[in-house]
Design a protein around this ligand. Structure first.
Ligand code: BES
Ligand code: ZN
Ligand code: ZN
Length: 499
């Protein structure tokens, strides 16, 4: 799909279909809708008046136009709820609804008039990213009834906008939307097609394409470094693990001493290991590498947007399977930092691979770490699929991530991490144990990670509840959501600008 911006008046927009947002309570009497209504012979006024369409979020009204004052052949009205709530999130969702809906109607060329309050650059970015994300489908391996229709061109129309700003926004939106879909594509792959080795190949490919440095530690190298925590998870599997490292180095480095690392859990399939999971929904555990995929997607975008600070991406990748060699409940592992861990439950493996990854990021010079992981089922109980949990040791960092999320339309909610929670992970025979009992499962998982984030600024995102969308919505297919990529890109760019 070709994407572009246009600052033409809407009557001149040439496309198979034109999509416009409509807000709750709006009548066809304000300047924008009045002009449009007139051009389409009163269709808008009539559909609103009939109460067939009330502009609830995600609602649509669709017309074929004959003659009239528009060059576009069809018109799609998209409900966007309250005018005052129409921010980045709603703008992107509106664009996703437009592309999904109009693709299903076989429209090839689409234009959107977003009516956003942000400047043209931002509005165009949110529209294009949302439009591209809307088109993601998880049906890669379907041979029949596959979604085969394709939109060939997509135009965001902001009357009178500065052409340069519009162009920048379109390009940024394209980079970000494609990178979110890159993450979703990896997360969607079956375990057999996305092993740690294949993860490394995919990371290497983006490094080559967009100019990042790439490294992947193999088992021997990890043994040398004493990564007993990660290796304890990998032991039950025939597929070898990898610690994947991507690095972005800016063309012109801003003055800054610290180094930010993004660290993502890369369990390419989580069966639970010896503490085997129940069969129901186990197939979803292919997406237990979404944290790693989020790191790759974010690095892929950063490499193209070129902010002025260096960023490290670290992805500890392994399967978690049972076998005669597998780590057993009761075993004790020694992490890279020297800390000993009693494994109570082999299904709490994400924190084990992250422990060595955070330690390795520190070894590579990271002073600030944001990790992301499909870490606990408990986070869905606490926050459902609406908010991503954020916890950490640096309130300034946590607030900055939450703020970046608010800007781009992704929601985070902080959970507490008082030191008392650490009592729950005390072990009788080792330094710590890998589960903290039934209470506060998301928090005790974070308390475990905190043990490996000493001396650095650290935040942790538990994306287990938000990384997989079910059911589909008007703006997004069922399946991987790509959550947090947009937020992390925004966070890095803000950090590079020094705010
Ligand atoms: N990968 C799972 C968490 C998960 C659950 C992700 C559902 C996505 C959807 C993780 O490795 C896990 O199994 N966690 C256990 C921890 C428990 C044994 C302390 C859990 O949440 O049940
Ligand atoms: Zn698990
Ligand atoms: Zn897991």
């Amino acid at each position: 799909m070709e994407v572009r911006g246009s600052s033409q008046p809407l009557a001149k927009v040439d496309a198979d279909a034109l999509a416009v947002p409509v807000f709750k309570g709006e009548k066809a009497d304000n300047e924008f809708l009045k002009t449009l209504d007139k051009a389409v012979g009163g269709l808008i006024g009539s559909v609103i008046k009939s109460e067939e369409f009330s502009a609830k979020e995600g609602e649509t009204a669709y017309f074929h136009l004959s003659g009239g004052g528009l060059k576009a052949r069809r018109l799609l009205l998209i409900g966007c709820g309250e005018r005052g709530d129409y921010k980045a999130r709603q703008v992107s969702q509106m664009a996703g609804t437009a592309t999904r809906f109009l693709r299903s109607k076989n429209a090839k060329t689409i234009a959107i008039v977003p009516r956003g309050d942000d400047d043209a650059e931002k509005t165009a970015q949110y529209v294009i990213a949302g439009a591209i994300m809307g088109l993601f489908e998880p049906d890669k391996y379907r041979t029949k009834e596959k979604e085969q229709r394709e939109i060939t061109s997509f135009e965001v129309v902001i009357d009178g906008a500065d052409k340069g700003a519009l162009q920048r926004g379109v390009e940024r939106g394209r980079i970000i939307g494609e990178s979110v879909n890159f993450t979703r594509d990896l997360a969607n792959e079956p375990g057999a097609y996305m092993t740690p080795i294949i993860m490394a190949q995919r990371a290497k490919a983006i490094a080559k394409e967009f100019g990042l440095t790439f490294d992947a530690l193999d088992q021997k190298q990890m043994e040398k470094l004493g990564m007993g925590s990660l290796l304890g998870v990998a032991r039950g599997s025939d597929e070898p693990p990898r610690m994947i490292v991507l690095k972005y180095t800016p063309p012109r480095k801003a003055k800054s001493d610290g180094l930010l690392a993004l660290v993502g859990k890369g369990i390419t399939f989580d069966s639970g290991g010896i503490s085997l999971k129940p069969g129901e929904n186990m197939e979803l555990m292919k997406y237990d590498m979404t944290g790693a995929a989020t790191v790759f997607g974010t690095m892929r975008a950063i490499a193209q947007l070129k902010p002025s600070i260096p960023v490290l991406g670290v992805a500890p990748c392994s399967e978690n399977l049972p076998s005669g060699k597998a780590t057993k409940p009761g075993d004790v592992l020694r992490a890279m930092t020297g800390k000993t861990i009693e494994v109570i439950n082999t299904d709490a493996e994400g924190r084990l691979v992250l422990a060595d990854a955070i330690a390795y990021a520190r070894k590579l010079g990271a002073t600030q770490v944001i990790d992301m992981a499909t870490l606990t089922g408990a986070v869905s109980i606490a926050l459902g699929d609406v908010n991503t949990a954020i916890l950490g040791t640096d309130q300034v960092l946590i607030d900055a991530v939450i703020d970046a999320g608010r800007e781009v339309g992704e929601k985070f909610w902080q959970l507490p991490l008082d030191k008392e929670y650490s009592n729950q992970i005390k072990s009788d025979i080792a330094d710590i144990k890998n589960v903290g009992g039934k209470k506060a499962g998301t928090i005790t998982a974070a308390a475990f990670l905190k043990e490996f984030a000493e001396g650095i600024s650290w935040a942790h995102l538990d994306i287990a509840g938000t990384a997989w969308g079910d059911p589909a919505t008007p703006f997004r297919s069922k399946g991987p959501t790509g959550i947090a990529v947009r937020t992390l890109v925004e966070f890095v760019e803000r950090a590079a600008r020094g705010n």
